[in-house]
Design a binder for this molecule. Structure first.
Ligand code: ADP
Ligand code: MG
Length: 317
């Protein structure tokens, strides 16, 4: 197939036939026109080749992941996703690549009822920027709502995606089952959209874990004016992570590694059971990993003794 030009790319790969009802004008005019009933949650995330994903990363996973990290931001505030925009900088117009990329993107978009309503396409270094818009609750989940005494919960397991970075350069055919499981966590993050919405009115503070537990829980602590104690033996670790790494390294991935896109949220102790029931109804594992404290700073605790934690976490500069 001949390399498609800019407008062919947009029409062939990114224009869906049926926009959502709330979309009056989608792709194809100078601006999209939508209507919303109430407050909107808006987020944007940029993925740069060689920075956020390795060179040669599978295009279907890239399309999926670019949307997933944005859906995760909406999950963290408990919003319901509605629309997305997609700005693509591509080194070349490669039909097979575009087909796979769009396939991964729309697989997740359709799963969450998200309509792609616009974007931009240009030649340049491979960079994918997705913007996402969702219906926000009247009382959204914020980083700033935590109070001393709150229990700290996380969804899923931690550390898998950052451990995967050690395996992504290896050809998949050479992966053990465990390495493949870790790489899948990196490639196909599952944004906790339904859980975020279920936590509205129950959780006091929330964030999605993109830069690592200590870093992201640190944002909740700073913005809530509290500290935290993390029960190190309660950190949820996957079987793949514990099979491939000794306990200390697995724990370091869980505390400092980013890219998991799980939710970290805090709840008053009396609501802990309600949270467990809500998560179970959604088929999502949640773990109580500690508590917010009046004393500032994040410390770990093992066998009743507290210890300082490495202030690791991903920062861009
Ligand atoms: P303009 O020059 O007016 O900004 P463009 O030619 O860039 O318009 O885009 C034409 C239409 O295609 C617009 O509706 C724009 O939102 C949409 N579009 C461009 N690139 C993408 C993309 N990668 N994904 C989705 N929609 C896109
Ligand atoms: Mg444009």
């Amino acid at each position: 197939m001949a390399a498609p030009g800019e407008f062919e790319i947009i029409e062939r790969y990114f224009t869906q036939s049926l926009p959502a009802q709330s979309v009056r004008v989608g792709i194809g005019d100078d601006a999209a026109i939508v209507s919303a009933d109430g407050p909107l949650a808006i987020a944007v995330d940029m993925l740069v080749e060689g920075r956020h994903f390795p060179v040669g990363f599978a295009p279907d996973a890239l399309g999926f992941r670019a949307l997933a990290v944005n859906l995760s931001d909406l999950a963290a505030v408990g919003a319901r996703p509605l629309w997305a925009t997609l700005a693509l900088s591509l080194p070349a117009s490669d039909p097979a690549w575009l087909d796979a990329f769009a396939g991964g993107f729309f697989r997740l978009a359709n799963q969450h009822g998200v309509a792609l309503i616009g974007g931009d396409t240009t030649r340049g270094p491979l960079t994918v920027t997705v913007g996402i818009f969702g219906a926000a609750a009247a009382t959204p989940l914020l980083r700033s709502g935590g109070r001393a005494g709150d229990r700290i919960f996380v969804s899923g397991t931690l550390g898998d995606a950052s451990a995967a970075l050690e395996h992504l350069a290896t050809p998949p055919a050479q992966h053990s089952d465990e390495a493949a499981a870790l790489c899948a966590r990196f490639a196909w993050p599952q944004p906790r959209v339904a859980l975020g919405q279920a936590l509205i009115g129950v959780a006091r503070a929330a964030i999605d874990i993109s830069d690592g537990l200590v870093a992201d829980l640190g944002h909740i602590c700073r913005q809530s004016g509290v500290g935290a104690i993390v029960e190190l033996d309660a950190l949820p670790l996957s079987p793949a992570l514990t099979a491939l790494y000794p306990a200390g390294r697995a724990e370091a991935f869980a505390l400092g590694g980013g890219d998991d896109y799980e939710l970290c949220f805090t709840v008053p102790p009396a609501a802990a059971d309600e949270v467990r029931r809500a998560a179970e109804a959604l088929g999502i594992a949640v773990s109580d990993i500690g508590e917010l404290t009046a004393a500032p700073g994040i410390r770990g605790r093992r066998d009743g003794r507290t210890e300082p934690l490495p202030a690791a976490g991903f920062t861009h500069f």
